[in-house]
Every structure is written in structure tokens, then in C-alpha cells.
Design a protein around this ligand. Structure first.
Ligand SMILES: O=C1O[C@H](COP(=O)(O)O)[C@@H](O)[C@H](O)[C@H]1O
Length: 243
């Protein structure tokens, strides 16, 4: 079933296997088109648990993986072998296509200072476009039940600047009082995410669907970051959901 949500669409699947197949098909289409048109493909992916099975199934796609580069939507500011690291999850889950030649670049460039790391990650991403802001052939986005996307959390000071900043990557300070995020993080900004030719938002479970619908109905950046992102996003977002 497909529902229109303004310029965006919500596709509902009965099972995770079907939803993952839909996400994989979107990845294959975006990366193939980029390779045909520009000889290479650049995409960025979410961390967390939801997209892991998608990364694990990338090797089922018949693509020239040596022409593909994957980087990240966001990252926890931890060593890349830490259990909380999105890099660790992605590198392990996508190992079969990394072996086939896909380049995987973590946003973690320097662990001494998150601000410096964000600047270095921005330089890395601009390196894919001759030093200019990159264009992503595909962004695979996720969302938390608290309505956060990338590392842009409700109630966080970053919401006051992340929609207007010219920066492409920002450090995210941990929240106080036990709120999320508990760890310092690095996140792509709205300006960076908007520079995607195609965006897939993959979410699962009734709690996240309800949170998404509430966020779309009241897209306040401070209480419902994903709603604020969708409200301003110039790219039609393909939202894939299963129970
Ligand atoms: O912290 C994060 O959470 C979100 C959602 O993760 P999930 O485990 O609920 O799928 C993820 O999109 C983001 O990249 C990650 O850093």
C-alpha cells in the first residue's frame, strides 16, 4: 500500500523481508543510475539496528561495487571498534561488498575533539566533489521512536541551528539529565542531507509509525525533528515501513 504524504510517500509492507527488499531495490536503482550517469556512486547510510539487515544483504545486488562509496548520516563519537559505533555495525554488516571493492568511509576522522572531527568529516565528504559540497546519490535515513533522525534529537540545542547552518557536518554534545543523546556524536546537517538525489527513510514497528505521523502533523523542530525535516526537505522522501 502506498500513501501520499505531501511530496513524500509512505509504502507499507507486511513483513521485514518485503520492506528490506524494497529498500534494497531502491538502493540498486539509485546506485546503478549514478554509475551509468557519472561512472561512480556515493551514498550515505544510517546507523542503529533497523538498517543492519539491509547492509547484510547488499551482496545480493549485482552492482560494480568498486565504483561505489558508502559513508554515514551520523556517528557516535567513539572509537570505530566500540560496541556503540555505527561504523563497526556498518563495516561488519556490509563486509561482503567491502570485499567486492565498495569503499566505506567513517565520519570518525579524529577522536581528540568532536568539532575538529566534524570539520575533517566535512572535508572528507567535499573530497567527493572537488572540494565542494557533495551530492549524495542516495541517503538511507532512519528514525528513533523519539522522532530523532541522524543525530538530531528532540529538545537538543542543535535544533536551533541545524536547519540554517552552512556547515555540512556538526558535532552534537551529549544531553544532560539522562536524555538522549547520551554520547557525543557527529551528524550531517539538514543542508547536507538535502543534497541527496534520493532519500529512503526506513522505519519499522507501530511505535515509530505513530511517532512519524504525529511528527508530520506537528512538525516542531524541537519536539518532532523528523517532522521538521520532512516539512522542509526538497527531495521527495520514500518512506518504507513494516510492522
Ligand atoms: O542513534 C541512532 O538511531 C537512529 C535510529 O536507530 P534504530 O536502532 O532505531 O534503527 C539511527 O537512524 C541513527 O543513525 C543512529 O545513530
Amino acid at each position: 500500500m502506498t500513501e501520499a504524504l505531501g511530496i513524500h510517500r509512505l509504502r507499507t509492507f507486511d513483513s521485514a523481508a518485503e520492506a528490506e527488499a524494497a529498500v534494497l531495490a531502491a538502493i540498486a536503482e539509485a546506485l546503478s543510475a549514478a554509475i551509468s550517469e557519472r561512472g561512480q556512486a556515493l551514498w550515505i547510510g544510517a546507523g542503529g539496528g533497523t538498517p543492519k539487515p539491509v547492509y547484510q544483504q547488499l551482496a545480493t545486488l549485482d552492482l560494480p561495487w568498486d565504483k561505489v562509496t558508502l559513508s554515514q548520516v551520523d556517528e557516535r563519537f567513539v572509537p570505530v571498534d566500540d560496541a556503540a559505533s555505527n561504523t563497526k555495525m556498518m563495516a561488519e554488516a556490509a563486509a561482503a561488498v567491502i570485499v567486492k571493492g565498495m569503499r566505506f568511509d567513517t565520519l570518525i576522522r579524529d577522536l581528540s575533539d568532536a568539532g575538529l572531527c566534524a570539520q575533517q568529516a566535512e572535508t572528507l565528504l567535499c573530497g567527493f566533489n572537488d572540494g565542494n559540497a557533495p551530492e549524495f546519490d542516495l541517503t538511507l535515513l532512519g528514525m528513533g521512536p523519539d522522532k530523532h533522525y541522524a543525530s538530531i534529537f528532540p529538545g537538543h540545542a542543535i535544533n536551533a541551528t541545524v536547519y540554517d547552518t552552512e556547515a555540512l557536518v556538526l558535532p552534537v554534545a551529549p544531553a544532560s539529565g539522562g536524555a538522549e543523546p547520551k554520547l557525543p556524536r557527529i551528524t550531517l546537517t539538514v543542508k547536507a542531507l538535502n543534497r541527496s538525489r534520493r532519500i529512503v527513510l526506513y522505519i519499522t514497528g507501530q511505535e515509530k509509525r505513530d511517532a512519524l505521523m504525529a511528527a508530520i502533523a506537528n512538525p516542531n523542530p524541537d519536539t518532532a525533528p523528523i517532522g521538521a525535516f520532512l516539512a522542509q526537505c526538497p527531495v521527495p522522501v520514500d518512506i518504507v515501513w513494516c510492522p
